[in-house]
Design a protein around this ligand. Structure first.
Ligand code: N01
Length: 563
């Protein structure tokens, strides 16, 4: 495991989808002495921590996996349309066994600090235990939604019952049997968790601050015929996920909403509702760019809520949605709205009463006291930047990442931040990341980073660093892409950092779509790594390569953002 004097060519932080593939690419393709450091007790990343009831991936299993190896793709068989955390962990274990990855991973080890040392162009990485490792390249594969957001509600410390955050769920079973449970939050997670909790809870109160659209997932076991078809269609599926803006295995329609009659539209929405899943978003290409077009989908989904939920007041509160469909991450569910027809489930509409405090025995709202034995926080994450800033990362001249990102993250292509040489990020801020089926951007980033490091080594380049100009230009383009969509119109969205007090309001993921992003990254390489400053000690610290300013084709309309 140890390199000489704890010195490595590369250190990767995180052993989820990103870190595992990056380890394979650097160790086995580039033959680099590579160490992966993981805070969890095993591999899995997001799926190591997110074990809450009802947890399931919203991407379809045959696309929520690696595509880089046909052999790996065909050897693994998924059992359900959407995989749960256990099956995803089994899959990642299978990949890790196959590629013999575990021997280079340090588990249960939290990186607390990383510092770039200019005298020798090395990263010094410190763990919570105080161990120190050095490497030439530092790659973060720390995930986008890995820093749990527990809201600052007064009185939590007084609560005598048990409380959990969905993103840090215990590994042992949690029983809700006969318990009075309060669930705060109705995002993708809360929508998955509530129906499962309600199955066994004595009573479940769902505290809803912002109602949400949701489409049935229609999860089911996969038929033998479908499993075979998936294996036989490897090339085609790979081509599809790599050529759609959101990396899912289905195309977004090229039709605009008002090119179809009302009658035809209803039929299309109805079919998509029956089919289930994120494909609902793919019914028209202008759903996330044209408010009037979006209203047609939003109205259809609100009507569905009112049809499903029997109690009129509850249905009204659930359907009282004042932002566009898919303006926030669109959830998919299994019996979410149906859950509110159960006798043991009550919606607490926080638009009518607010949470005042948590007490010893429950939650005090502005209207009443709700006695509880358990509280489940399905309250989301300090997304995208949270995990970075939990570490003390320092670049050139001791520049702290927290300082560099004081006004919001500033990266070039989401891959690098100026002032932090040889530090690369997989699905960092400014990458299409969360607006895609995650394994697709992850594979693209890993392959781009690996090629870049390979290029550096072939050319004798010591450091690669995003230029400030390139990062400024990229941040402008990320804003421009977001502004072309309805996503920026949702004030409480975590895409904007709006769910965390004091966090700068900056749209963080790249909404221009994965296809466009991939082409831009390829162009950067063709243009001699345009926008990256590459230095070599041997040429007396002169700039060895600094490509021309890149043109991000900002005039081209973005009609199909990657969501
Ligand atoms: O978190 P969220 P999430 N009082 O931030 C509410 C991914 N994911 O864990 O909207 C009361 O979306 C908050 O209310 P509001 C996916 O990318 C993937 O559900 O801020 N309520 C909201 O309802 C997803 O988008 C899968 O007004 C409070 C909820 O908590 C991302 O994870 C599955 C509150 C938080 O919703 C995050 O989803 C599940 C307070 N003080 C999730 N603070 C896959 O399938 C917050 N809330 C891969």
């Amino acid at each position: 495991m140890s390199g000489q004097n704890n010195s490595f060519d590369a250190i990767i932080i995180g052993a989820g989808f990103s870190g595992l593939y990056q380890l394979h690419a650097l160790r086995d393709e580039l033959k680099l002495n590579t160490l992966t450091i993981e805070s969890g007790g095993d591999l899995g990343g997001t799926w190591f921590w997110n074990r809450y009831p009802g947890a399931r991936c919203d991407s379809e299993s045959h696309s929520y996996c690696y595509m880089f190896s046909e052999e790996i793709y065909k050897e693994w068989e998924w059992s359900e349309r959407y995989p749960g955390p256990k099956e995803i962990r089994s899959y990642l274990n299978f990949v890790a066994e196959k590629l013999n990855l575990r021997r280079n991973i340090l588990f249960n080890t939290l990186v607390t600090k990383a510092r770039f040392i200019e005298s020798n162009n090395k990263w010094e990485v410190t763990t919570q235990e105080g161990d120190i490792y050095h490497a030439t390249y530092l790659i973060t594969g720390i995930g986008c939604i890995s820093s749990a957001n527990i809201p600052n509600i007064p009185g939590l410390e007084d609560f005598k019952g048990k409380w959990y955050h969905t993103g840090n769920w215990p590994h042992e079973d949690v029983s809700f049997k006969n318990k009075r449970v309060g669930q705060i939050g109705t995002g993708s997670t809360g929508i998955q968790a509530a129906p499962e909790i309600a199955e066994t809870a004595g009573h479940l109160h769902v505290f809803q601050r912002t109602p949400n659209y949701s489409v049935p997932a229609r999860n089911a076991p996969l038929s033998e015929a479908f499993k075979k078809q998936v294996h036989d269609s490897y090339e085609e599926i790979k081509k599809t996920v790599r050529s759609t803006p959101n990396g899912h295995p289905f195309k977004i329609s090229e039709k605009n909403v008002f090119e179809t009659s009302e009658e035809e539209r209803k039929k299309i929405y109805e079919e998509a509702w029956k089919k289930g899943g994120l494909q609902f978003r793919a019914t028209y290409q202008d759903l996330t760019t044209n408010k009037k077009a979006n209203d047609t989908a939003a109205d259809f989904l609100k009507d569905k809520i009112k049809t499903i939920v029997r109690d009129k007041t509850t249905a009204q509160a659930l359907a009282n949605i004042d932002y566009p469909y898919a303006g926030k991450r669109p959830p998919i569910d299994t019996n979410y709205f149906e859950t509110f027809n159960r006798e043991n489930v009550t919606l607490v509409d926080l638009k009518r009463e607010t949470i005042v405090k948590i007490t010893e025995g429950g939650i005090q709202t502005s209207a009443r006291h709700i006695p509880l034995d358990m509280i489940v926080f399905a309250t989301g994450f300090d997304a995208i930047t949270g995990k970075f800033l939990e570490m003390d990362i320092q670049g050139r001249n001791g520049l702290k990442l927290s300082e560099a990102w004081k006004e919001g993250p500033k990266t070039y292509l989401g891959l690098q931040t100026p002032g932090f040489p040889n530090m690369f990020s997989i699905t960092g801020p400014g990458s299409p990341s969360v607006l895609c089926n995650m394994p697709v951007p992850i594979e693209q980033h890993v392959e781009w980073i690996t090629d870049c490091i390979s290029h550096m080594r072939q050319e004798g380049i010591d450091t690669c660093e995003a230029s400030q100009d390139a990062a400024n230009e990229w941040v402008n383009h990320v804003n421009e892409a977001a502004n072309a969509t309805l996503l920026v119109s949702v004030p409480h969205s975590w895409y904007l950092g709006a769910n965390v007090e004091g966090k700068p309001r900056v749209f963080m993921p790249y909404a221009g779509g994965m296809t466009r992003y991939r082409a831009l990254c390829d162009d950067v390489v063709k243009n001699n790594y345009a926008g990256f400053v590459m230095l070599s000690k041997n040429s007396s610290n002169s700039i060895k390569k600094n490509g021309p300013k890149h043109n991000f084709d900002i005039t081209k309309k973005i009609t199909t953002p990657g969501i």
